[in-house]
Design a protein around this ligand. Structure first.
Ligand code: TYM
Length: 367
């Protein structure tokens, strides 16, 4: 087993998700609870697996109280499928529960953290990423997007900064003496994001869907939320596991020349080549063996992508799983099914993204 390592900036090795939840003081999500499992297949299938105060947020939303959702993106590059996960859930909840969604884009964070990224590049990626996010189908008038370097977040960030000691930030984020001071300040900015809906419209329940790597910011924001100078509700969170990389790495991320990643801008032939060439297979070496012993969908990336993202129909997914396990379905057939599903999603996404340009003004938060 590769030694696991996880910070908000990088993830490697084999992640023990249940252990992380325990270490972070969160709670495992009961995906069999009907209230939860009916909400979304990402919850029903255990991809969102951990939380704090999620059910309190859900009850408030269902009983018509003021609630909000907040989740963000750090714009260091073009977006891939993994980055979409919190936005997919946020959009589905917005549709179901009709709540506002706030989306900060931390171009400042990525400029500070990535040695080779210029501020102009981070801002450019921000503009491109925003179109990808809008393309998911968020509601205009109920969705508020802003970029840190063009929205006045600073007056809020100094309010949170005053409540976060250097030793807390150091303990939570492992800051080193050589870390630049912009980076050491950034946790105050993300804490301001997490509390942003309450800064804007007063005390209420906010839900923050994130990959578990972003939890350190949540802990800080929750610690300061009820301070007398703010008087807020502790924000709730729901954590996802990571969408794995094509070759089976624990988190899809853009290292290794894109061999582990499906970008939202990939063409149908790029997707086909990547799945056929790199997607880790749970199939047997020969067709004969596969027919006899069957494949293992639990380690097969094409199946994992169908399970967590592309096959929403539980019955179809169960049939694919049992056919693959029994050897009735071959690896080639499974890969083809996944390629077709991914390409159908990306075709629609890329069309929506083109259209998103003209509606940008309806989503960007004015000062
Ligand atoms: P970023 O841009 O690295 O990632 C955006 C969100 O996507 C999640 N994520 C993944 N989830 C599942 N599988 C993957 N392979 C995968 N890769 C990324 C991340 O956990 C994250 O939730 N600092 C943040 C941006 C941010 C933010 C916020 C997030 C700014 N303000 C407020 C939440 C709340 C970041 O760099 O995320």
């Amino acid at each position: 087993m590769k030694k696991p390592s996880m910070t908000p900036w990088s993830v490697s090795g084999d992640i023990d998700y249940n252990k992380l939840t325990k270490e972070f003081g969160a709670v495992l999500l009961d995906s069999s609870d009907a209230d939860n499992s009916d909400l979304h297949h990402l919850i029903r299938r255990g991809f969102y697996y951990s939380h704090r105060d999620f059910n309190a947020w859900l009850n408030a939303a269902k009983s018509g109280k003021k609630v909000s959702i907040l989740t963000g993106r750090g714009s260091s590059e073009k977006m891939h499928l993994g980055h979409l996960i919190p936005f997919v859930l946020s959009k589905a909840f917005q549709e179901k529960l009709n709540c506002p969604v706030y989306i900060p884009i931390s171009d400042d964070e990525k400029f500070l953290v990535k040695p080779k990224l210029s501020l102009e590049e981070a801002q450019k990626f921000a503009d491109d990423n925003i179109l990808d996010i809008i393309a998911l189908g968020f509601k205009p008038g109920k969705t508020f997007i802003f970029k840190d370097t063009s929205y006045p977040i600073y007056p809020l960030a100094i309010k949170t900064a005053k409540l976060i000691s250097y030793s807390t930030a150091k303990a939570v984020f492992g800051l080193k003496p050589e870390t630049n001071i912009g980076w050491t300040f950034y946790p105050a900015v993300q804490a301001a994001h997490i509390l942003f809906p309450q800064f804007k419209s007063g005390k209420h329940h906010t839900l923050v869907p994130i990959g578990i790597d972003q939890d350190p910011y949540m802990r800080i924001a929750r610690d300061i939320a009820q301070h007398s100078s703010l008087g807020f509700q502790k924000p709730a969170t729901i954590h996802s596991k990571f969408l794995p990389g094509l070759r089976g790495s624990s988190k899809m991320s853009s290292s290794d020349e894109g061999q582990d990643v499906i970008y939202l801008s990939d063409s149908p032939s790029e997707v086909k080549n990547k799945i056929n060439k790199y997607a880790f297979s749970g199939g047997k070496d020969t067709l004969e063996e596969h027919r006899k012993h069957g494949g293992n969908p639990d380690i097969d990336m094409s199946f994992q992508y169908l399970k967590y993202f592309f096959e929403e129909d539980d019955k179809k997914l169960a049939k694919i799983e049992s056919d693959y396990r029994s050897g009735k379905m071959t690896t080639g057939e499974l890969k083809k099914y996944a390629i077709d599903k991914i390409n159908a999603f990306l075709k629609k996404h890329q069309e929506n993204k083109k259209r998103a340009k003209s509606s940008l003004g309806k989503f960007m938060l004015k000062n």
